[in-house]
Design a protein around this ligand. Structure first.
Ligand SMILES: [Zn+2]
Ligand SMILES: [Zn+2]
Length: 80
């Protein structure tokens, strides 16, 4: 975790403990993208999501994988 701001690191740790799993929710409209569709309903841990999606954006609402430009998919926390 070198090179990361400490507060971000702490936030991620807390986040990971609270919600240990995310499920991929593809937003389908009239043009379904196969790239996004293939991940639909797939469960991920935060670490797996980071490994899989290099442009992953972590927010307190969910994760945005940003698979491609204008990707509107979101990964929502699953509370177990
Ligand atoms: Zn797509
Ligand atoms: Zn997408």
């Amino acid at each position: 975790m070198l090179g990361k701001p400490l507060n971000l690191f702490v936030f991620e740790l807390l986040f990971e403990q609270e919600f240990n799993r995310y499920v991929y929710v593809a937003l389908f409209d009239d043009r379904v993208c196969p790239e996004c569709e293939r991940w639909a309903n797939t469960p991920f841990t935060l670490a797996q999501a980071k490994d899989t999606f290099p442009y992953l954006e972590v927010t307190d609402f969910g994760l945005y994988p940003h698979i491609h430009q204008n990707c509107r998919c979101i990964m929502l926390p699953v509370v177990e």
